[in-house]
Design a protein around this ligand. Structure first.
Ligand code: SMG
Ligand code: MG
Length: 369
């Protein structure tokens, strides 16, 4: 396959409600889409999951755009023949920048699969036609508002609730939601690196709530600290930000720093690396689940396909389109009985609404060839 043209689209999409985490509040999504066209005229789309600012990880949208425009896209366009499987050989001269690489990989893979009539799910190894869904609930202005929001999601059918926590917003909201949901509900928390080893005794108090897991309490680089925590508390530790590759996942599991793994294709450089992480975890009996980065339908379609692999045994942050956006860039993903259906059409199986890409654009597309 030859990629003849690449265009980069930047758009703004308001969130239906602000999303507050330990590192800040987001009210809209700054979306970067990679669009590729092959020499045979087949199109593919990929979504970059980086945020506006480098606060979840070191990557951010304008940085990704720069890296794609100046390094990744020229390398892809120069290749006489390229597929998602050979892409890494062309772009590995660029150190890191996994979210940028993942967006390009997704677009190339989408075009490749559309050309051969294969869905993402079939290609990645999906074994289910629908996936259990959870929802990630931001830090709320008050406990009452948090309980209202959680109740709304429970009545929509979500199968698992995840609460964002930070120092000063942890035991009390978690206790209140735990009381609301009862003992059988799946409840987990995500600290997005807001704690340190000095907080171990405090974090141990979360054990009383029988949580499914605590996600990424310490800094991205602190695998050793997570191992200390995991040995000191009963709540299972699950790494998100720290897991940047299958090699790191394997190492973190061997060190007992994580007993459950959050897989986000953007964070690890793409869907192929995500499958490798899945395989590493499955071989060690470590459950995985699909994380989310407030994706539009473009990224969501591929994530839902990934979440249908056999090792994805916990509900993911793969919520319905309406949890994020009044209107999605593709046909909306709708929750039925707490699940989303895995698209079956070629590639991601969804259609990008070009009129909305144009309407919501924050600048003209960058055309590369
Ligand atoms: O896509 O529903 C979603 C968001 C899930 O909480 C979520 N993601 O650390 O897991 C995480 C956060 C990062 C979000 S930053 C935009
Ligand atoms: Mg997380």
């Amino acid at each position: 396959m030859k990629i003849a043209r690449i265009s980069l689209h930047r758009l703004a999409m308001p969130l239906v409600r602000p999303f507050e985490t330990s590192f800040g509040t987001q009210t809209e999504r700054d979306v970067l889409l990679v669009h590729v066209v092959t020499s045979d005229g087949v199109e593919g789309w990929g979504e970059c999951v980086a945020g506006t600012d480098p606060v979840y990880s070191s990557e951010y949208v304008s940085g990704c755009e720069h890296v794609i425009e100046n390094y990744l896209a020229p390398a892809v366009l120069a290749a006489p023949d390229i597929t998602a499987e050979t892409l890494d050989a062309h772009v590995r001269f660029v150190v890191g920048h996994r979210m940028a690489k993942a967006a390009v990989e997704a677009a190339v893979l989408d075009a490749q699969l559309r050309a051969s009539g294969i869905s993402f799910g079939r290609y990645l190894g999906a074994v289910r036609d629908e996936v259990d869904c959870g929802v990630s609930v931001g830090i709320a202005p008050s406990i009452d508002e948090l309980l209202d929001e959680v109740s709304g999601y429970v009545s929509e059918g979500y199968r698992r609730i995840k609460l964002k926590i930070k120092p000063g917003w942890d035991l009390e909201p978690v206790g209140a939601v735990c009381a609301l949901l009862g003992d059988d509900a799946l409840l987990q928390v995500d600290a997005n690196t807001a704690y340190t080893l000095a907080d171990i005794d405090h974090l141990r108090e979360l054990d009383a709530f029988g949580l499914l897991l605590i996600e990424q309490p310490f800094a991205e680089e602190d695998i050793a600290g997570h191992a200390v925590l995991a040995a000191a508390i009963d709540t299972p530790v699950c790494l998100d930000e720290s897991i940047t590759s299958a090699a790191v996942a394997s190492d973190a599991i061997d060190r007992d720093a994580t007993s459950i793994v959050n897989v986000k294709p953007g964070r690890v450089g793409g869907y192929l690396e995500s499958v490798r992480i899945h395989d590493v975890c499955l071989a060690r009996d470590v459950p995985v689940w699909c994380g989310g980065m407030l994706e539009t339908g473009v990224g969501r379609a591929a994530n839902v396909a990934l979440a249908a692999l056999p090792g994805f045994t916990l509900p993911g942050d793969t919520s319905a389109s309406r949890r994020y956006y009044a209107e999605d860039l593709t046909e909306p993903f709708e929750l039925v009985d707490g699940r989303l259906r895995v698209p079956t059409g070629p590639g991601t199986g969804v259609t990008v609404r070009r009129e909305l890409v144009a309407e919501w654009a924050t600048r003209p597309p960058l055309l590369l060839h």
